[in-house]
Write a protein that binds this ligand. Structure first.
Ligand SMILES: Nc1ncnc2c1ncn2[C@@H]1O[C@H](COP(=O)(O)OP(=O)(O)O)[C@@H](O)[C@H]1O
Ligand SMILES: [Mg+2]
Length: 237
């Protein structure tokens, strides 16, 4: 199996003397798998995703993304479609849905930031895949919560990354939007992409290849039916 992300001995702390969010964490994630990182709030899921993208610097340990170091090699970040938790974003920016999804293409543009026909078709295909073609000229602030989530997934799709890191994509979302997002992500997984989803509670598990139970480190990792038992879940919640 191709290892897309390899984490070794990772320790992250936000304060010099306080206890770390997690320490000595080892993990591997593979091409073509959809993984749920699941655990209670405050357990460090967001911190873990941010350290993979290179947004939080570790105290010690190493992270390799596609064989490269995300802290030194900014090019590798193009290959990661990171969708933060909605509460970390400014959704009042005066953007249309088209503008939002277009942002996914920016890492690929040349120095003049000019859109090519290929960039435009990637944006419109992504919007179509999440079923929002009708809303392309809507302001982001006019979309429903579920439509906004779909728009954010479309932005990641337009980026055409090898790895998706999605922080709570299903938090307070409507059923239809959840289904659309799971279907689209399932298709990306089937094309060989690595999909990592962080959630504090369980969502639909049918599409998942693996669940990583997470609370200040990895408590257990396995197939959904190995993790979704009362005895195992009790270790984290
Ligand atoms: N920017 C930050 N500065 C200081 N502490 C933080 C910061 N972000 C998160 N934390 C703390 O790190 C711990 C893990 O938080 P987080 O990674 O957000 O967990 P989760 O995503 O599982 O809810 C929590 O105790 C949280 O308060
Ligand atoms: Mg979080």
């Amino acid at each position: 199996m191709d290892v897309y992300i390899k984490v070794e001995g990772l320790t992250v702390s936000y304060s010099k003397n306080g206890s770390p969010v997690f320490k000595d964490l080892d993990a591997e994630f593979y091409k073509g798998e959809m993984v749920l990182i699941m655990g209670p709030n405050g357990g460090g899921k967001t911190t873990f995703l941010k350290s993979i993208v290179g947004l939080v610097y570790p105290v010690s340990g190493s992270i390799s993304v596609l064989g490269r170091d995300p802290f030194r090699d900014l090019e590798v970040r193009k290959l990661i479609g990171y969708v933060p938790q909605v509460n970390e974003m400014n959704i009042y920016a005066p953007l249309t849905l088209w503008d939002l999804v277009s942002l996914g293409r920016y890492p690929h543009l040349g120095i003049f930031k000019r859109f090519s026909g290929e960039d435009e078709s990637k944006v419109s295909e992504a919007i179509e895949k999440v079923g929002l073609t009708k809303y392309v000229d809507y302001k982001v602030s006019e979309l429903s919560g579920g439509q906004l989530r779909r728009g954010l997934i479309a932005k990641a799709l337009a980026q055409d990354p090898l790895i998706y890191l999605l922080d709570e994509p299903f938090e307070s979302i409507d059923y239809v939007s959840e289904e659309v997002i799971l279907k689209v992500l399932g298709e990306e997984r089937d094309r060989g992409k690595l999909i990592i989803i962080a959630e504090h509670h369980l969502t639909e598990t049918g599409h998942l290849d693996r669940i990583v139970l997470f609370r200040h480190g990895i408590i257990k990792s396995g197939k959904p039916d190995e993790i979704l038992t009362e005895d195992v879940l009790r270790l984290a919640y």
